[in-house]
Design a protein around this ligand. Structure first.
Ligand code: FES
Length: 129
């Protein structure tokens, strides 16, 4: 019971306060370190992992905690999808983190998109915005 409450509390703090937990303007990585077409893993102030992408269109990022049950989502460049290893849900980072496939083959509508993290280019840096 205590473990369940601790997990629920951690998930609520990660899913529910992403904007509040981020310090606007905080430097993530030098722009020159992330080539166009590449990604960069980083950590938010609340301890949640996030993944940043740089494309010709700009930079964008998502928390990498699966919206199903909190698995750590990984990016696979070959398929251009973010996949959770726990129940194989997949998300499209090039389409606002939308669900492509739900857990264990269920419908995409059974879970939410990956939470986005607002980032921007500021001079020579990619920063939280
Ligand atoms: S925890 Fe990610 S698909 Fe179930």
């Amino acid at each position: 019971m205590a473990l369940r409450l601790a997990v629920a509390s951690a998930a609520a703090s990660i899913f529910g306060s992403s904007a509040a937990a981020q310090a606007s303007g905080k430097r993530i990585v030098r722009l020159s370190k992330v080539k166009v077409g590449a990604s960069h893993k980083f950590q938010l102030a609340n301890g949640a992992s996030a993944l940043l992408f740089r494309t010709k269109a700009g930079v964008f990022a998502y928390q990498t905690i699966c919206t199903h049950r909190g698995g750590e989502v990984e990016y696979f460049a070959a398929s251009k999808l973010m996949v959770c290893p726990v129940h194989n849900a997949s998300f499209d980072p090039l389409a606002s983190g939308k669900v492509v496939k739900g857990p264990d083959g269920s419908a995409a509508a059974t879970i939410r998109s990956l939470p986005s993290v607002k980032v921007k280019v500021s001079g020579a840096w990619i920063v939280l915005s």
